[in-house]
Design a protein. Sequence first.
Length: 271
Amino acid sequence: MMKLINQTRRKVRRVMLVLPLAVCWVVAPVLAQDEDSGSNLESSGSSVGLPLVYGAKVGLTSSGFYEGFFDGRQHTGSVTGFAVGGFATYSLLDFLSVSAELLYMQQGGTRVELKESMVDGSNIAITGNVKLHNVEFPVLLRAGLPTPIMGIRPQLIIGPSIGFNMAAVQSQDITYFVGDVAFDDERTGRAQFSRTASGSENVRSEYRSMQYGLNIGLGAEIPTGSNTFLFDVRYRYGLNPINNGFDPSDLLRDATDIRSNSFMFSVGLTL
């Protein structure tokens, strides 16, 4: 099992290295063609004087499992991850642009499951921090103010995204309860004790490959010479259930209802 998890982590690291290069490789020929054709717009507070720019970005994510927009499930929590990749942005107007991103993005959440041992009927509690390793492709509309404020152009960001799940690793604590009751009972003389073990497990088969989302947030463009810094804070709402199976104890209800919603703060730089 540890060998499989290590192999998964090596694959994820390779994708993290390849993604920014892949985005640049795709958009660079288009940009070069645009430059050769003489299409060079005057700078109007946007990132550069070209209609098409590209760059790299990194970010932090905070994700959890939810039923809806903000409706959390009982006994769940959030996990922290990061995102890295590249983007290409095409200016429609001075203050309106469309951007496509290609990101390696960590999502997930915390789940608690209660099960019954098939050996002796004792209770088993599993607390798992699930980290989903996804390749995410958002297409975003970025609408800014017509006139920058002190050189900074605030933006409203909205658009869909599609993700492909490469791996799902669950770091878990498994607690075995032995006995009839959840605490010492002096009246009956019965008692229960517990033992806890920790470990990691690849749970890729429990989650769907395709994961769709809707992104909304705020951003800002800050020109710095020939380059531009981009700051984004956005919320990604999971449009489809992401995991397979059914919860027999009905603790989390139907497992197919679980969505992974995320907050992401990112910093980008045009190249």
